[in-house]
Design a protein around this ligand. Structure first.
Ligand code: HEC
Length: 120
């Protein structure tokens, strides 16, 4: 069910790349709504996500790449996982150091990044 909603949003987003102009904002709103329905399958990771990453990565106004917005994450992933994990630890742009998870280890950051980039 969630997956089909997510796929529908992706299809709309893909169509929009070629056809839409001013519908970009609407598109962002749909991606944002979809991002809020997503949660890591692993319970421990979900708890960490809920108290840290979720507060920005489901709100377009923060300018954070939205959870499940695979297009936005693709260009981030191009930097390589080690760079992304380092950038979370050190802080990056509007993101505070550790993404507000002071007790997360690099493996958890990596798992959280995979989850947000893939939406599952
Ligand atoms: C206070 C808001 C906030 C929180 C909390 C937050 N982020 Fe972010 N994150 C951002 C913003 C804003 C950006 C985009 C920064 C930019 O591109 O200038 C970002 C970007 C990123 C990036 C891409 C970095 C890059 O090099 O392009 C990763 C990876 C990331 N966040 C992971 C996480 C993880 C993992 C968590 C939870 C542990 C988290 N973030 C929590 C705001 C936040």
């Amino acid at each position: 069910m969630l997956r089909s909603i997510f796929m529908a949003v992706l299809l709309v987003a893909a169509g929009c790349l070629t056809a839409c102009g001013d519908a970009g904002q609407q598109d962002k709103t749909a991606l944002e709504a979809a991002s809020r329905t997503l949660s890591p399958a692993d319970g421990d990771l979900a708890a960490v996500y809920d108290r840290s990453c979720r507060s920005c990565h489901t709100i377009a106004a923060t300018a954070a790449p939205l959870t499940g917005d695979t297009a936005a994450w693709a260009e981030r992933l191009d930097k390589g996982m080690n760079t992304l994990v380092d950038n979370v630890i050190n802080g990056f742009g509007g993101m505070p150091p550790f993404g507000m998870c002071m007790d997360c280890d690099p493996a958890q950051f990596e798992a959280l990044i995979h989850f947000m980039a893939e939406g599952k």
